[in-house]
Design a protein. Structure first.
Length: 665
């Protein structure tokens, strides 16, 4: 892959620092071209990374992140960081098995501090690291671990801190609006040493940012005249008779009124956080000067930079939300792009969005809530048709759930649409404001199960476990687009909270499903999808793994091994008919796209034990306990044994009486 005259020489930040500042713009352009070529082949987060190139280069030009510490918030903005820290060759397999993660990863490089892919974390973790360095610096040097070349400890209580690492938290893609970010800011006063917060303001999360904080930053962007006016005022006052040296005092007296006129809300200064900016996040020379100055300040400060999401690539510049996270694509000669995906079947996200919009046309009580991902959760058409019934609360999942609880209390039917990995951030609100109150909130949990290339930070492998323990929560999982509509119809007429989970995947072909899946959903009732003549074993599926179970039944049928195939539909409550099969001596294989621990299969085993049935008649297939890396979703399911071949193999072994050890739970 061609890299250009600058990029081919950059294999470390030390190489970067050899370039004159005047040549960094050329390097930035080459990095953007490299990113576009790489992501067009592998897919990935493109628009945010295109906007963060100059900012990243300036940070590495000034700081030494082998010693200094750089913490990322919403780590998908780290591509330029990976490129200049010796990982550019890994972009050939970006987000693929054996290649680079799309997020910071300490397993890859010493330049990465945390594996991070969720919003709101950088400020608080940076505070923790700053406090750790603060405590170490205050200890007697006899208690401080010596480094090579140091003289023996002398018992001083204030050892030389010239090598103390500087700490930088880079906060981007609207994660500053997350509650955890503000909790971090609220505790910033604990830090009595250097710490720099860089707020990368690109006016977007996945979609455009929303809410009061976003509007505040929009006002700040329009207020560059404040500093110009301050400087002009100072110059004029210095030449007025009778003022002279008292210019600073005079400025202080008028400063507040100027700010109130130009900036209605001084958010950070009201929190006693020294604020600098906003500055142009694409002006490399200015950024370098600012970082050199702010890096020397011995207390926490915040720098506000504004950048353009999608900068330098016309399609991403025009459609940053579309290129927030993209699959592989083809670049045409006229600067247009087209998807490299030749499979145009419907995705579960699209099936959900279409079904919800259709139901909302018939029921004006239905409202939709999402957390900064209208497009990602399939709600674009809903928002267009019913803007007054659509709420995007920003990266604030906990608030989304509480708002839904309030809406439900007024008699409306709120539908909360959030990815599984992000829903776990709102567990307390689900438990306290929804489950405890038994409010009819519907949770549509997208990206449930394996998510493929985004890897460990984004898998949805825990939602069954943490939701089914809550009293009154109803958990269901449709197997196809028809069941998606039926599940929504059921949920929107039920009087308790209902969870509908579905994966980041294509809807299976209709011919793989059976007529049984068209039956309406009934609370706690499964459906028999395929009956095997005199079958002594049943494959019990939860959700979209039904397609693999039917394929396994075909494999077994070719060997004259009859099996039943059941779509459980519900993980809470479990259908008692499934458990009663054990009383008749029928063996069960449960299959789910979830961790084995606390999942659907665990629920079946628990119920079997409660009813006094032989748990040895049950085998559980699902994801092993562990953080699963990035790869294709198909490969992840194959590796976990959630596939037709493994199901059929397990059935054969059970039917001949051989014990098989499940993967680690």
């Amino acid at each position: 892959m061609g890299m250009g005259k600058y990029l081919e020489r950059i294999n470390s930040p030390a190489d970067l620092k050899k370039l004159p500042v005047a040549e960094l713009e050329g390097l930035a352009e080459e990095i953007r071209q490299f990113m576009v070529r790489s992501v067009s082949r592998t897919g990935g987060h493109l628009a945010s990374n295109l906007g963060a190139v100059e900012l990243t280069l300036a940070l590495h030009y000034v700081f030494d992140f082998q010693q200094d510490k750089l913490l990322w918030d919403v780590g998908h903005q780290c591509y330029a960081h990976k490129i200049v820290t010796g990982r550019k060759t890994g972009f050939e397999l970006l987000r693929r098995a054996g290649g680079l993660s799309g997020f910071p990863s300490p397993a890859e490089s010493e330049y990465d501090q945390f594996t991070v892919g969720h919003a709101g974390t950088a400020i608080a973790t940076a505070i923790g690291m700053a406090l750790g360095e603060q405590l170490k610096a205050a200890r007697p040097s006899s208690l401080v671990r010596e480094t090579p070349g140091e003289t023996p400890a002398t018992g001083r209580t204030t050892p030389d801190t010239s090598a103390t690492p500087r700490i930088v938290a880079l906060v981007g893609d609207a994660s500053i609006v997350n509650g955890v970010s503000f909790e971090g800011l609220n505790n910033l006063g604990l830090v009595k040493r250097q710490m720099l917060i860089v707020l990368n303001d690109n006016s977007m999360a996945i979609d455009a940012t929303v809410g009061a904080v976003a509007k505040y930053f929009a006002r700040v962007r329009l207020s560059h005249t404040y500093e110009d006016l301050r400087r002009t005022t100072k110059s004029v006052l210095e030449h007025l008779p009778g003022i002279g040296r008292s210019v600073d005092e005079a400025l202080e007296r008028i400063k507040k009124s100027i700010r109130m006129a130009l900036l209605p809300s001084q958010l950070f200064e009201s929190l006693n956080i020294p604020y600098f900016g906003p500055v142009d996040g694409h002006d490399m020379e200015s950024l370098i000067k600012i970082f050199r100055s702010l890096g020397q300040i011995d207390h926490p400060v915040l720098l506000h930079v504004y950048t353009k999401k999608g900068k330098g690539f016309i399609p991403a510049d025009k459609g940053p939300a579309k290129f927030h996270s993209t699959g592989p694509f083809k670049i045409n000669g006229d600067n247009t792009v087209e998807s490299a995906d030749v499979d145009h079947r419907q995705h579960f996200t699209d099936a959900f969005g279409a079904a919800l919009t259709a139901l909302a046309e018939r029921d004006d009580r239905i409202v939709a809530i999402t957390s900064a991902m209208c497009d990602g959760t399939g709600l674009m058409k809903f928002r267009e048709k019913f803007p007054e019934r659509f709420y995007d609360v920003g990266i604030a999942e906990s608030a989304a759930v509480d708002i839904a609880a309030g809406l439900a209390k007024t008699g409306l039917r709120p539908v909360v649409c959030i990815y599984s990995t992000f829903l776990q951030r709102s567990f307390d609100q689900i438990a306290q404001e929804v489950a405890l109150q038994s409010l009819p909130v519907v949770f549509c949990v997208d990206r449930a199960g394996m998510v493929g290339a985004d890897g460990a930070t984004h898998h949805g492998l825990m939602d069954i476990g943490y939701l089914r323990m809550l009293p009154g929560m109803v958990l269901t999982a449709p197997a196809d687009a028809i069941e998606m509509r039926l599940a929504l119809e059921f949920a929107l007429t039920h009087t308790q909270p209902v969870v509908i989970r579905y994966p980041k995947d294509l809807v299976p072909p209709p011919e793989r499903m059976r007529a049984a899946c068209a039956a309406p959903f009934e609370l706690g009732r499964s459906v028999l999808v395929q009956r095997g003549r005199k079958a002594s074993l049943a494959i019990v599926c939860y959700g979209t793994v039904l397609a693999e179970a039917l394929a396994a039944a075909d494999l077994l049928g070719a060997e004259k091994i009859p099996v039943d195939v059941i779509q459980a539909r519900f993980a809470a409550p479990i259908d008692e008919k499934i458990i009663r099969l054990l009383a008749r001596g029928k063996k069960l294989i449960t299959v789910e796209d979830h961790y084995l621990s606390c999942g659907f299969g665990s629920a079946v085993l628990e119920m079997a034990a409660i009813r006094g049935h032989d748990a040895g008649l049950v085998r559980v297939l699902g994801a092993p306990r562990g953080f699963i890396g990035h790869d294709s979703r198909a490969a992840q399911l194959m590796e976990a044994g959630i596939n037709a071949d493994e199901i059929a193999k397990t059935a054969r072994e059970m039917l001949v009486g051989r014990y098989i050890r499940s993967k680690s739970v």
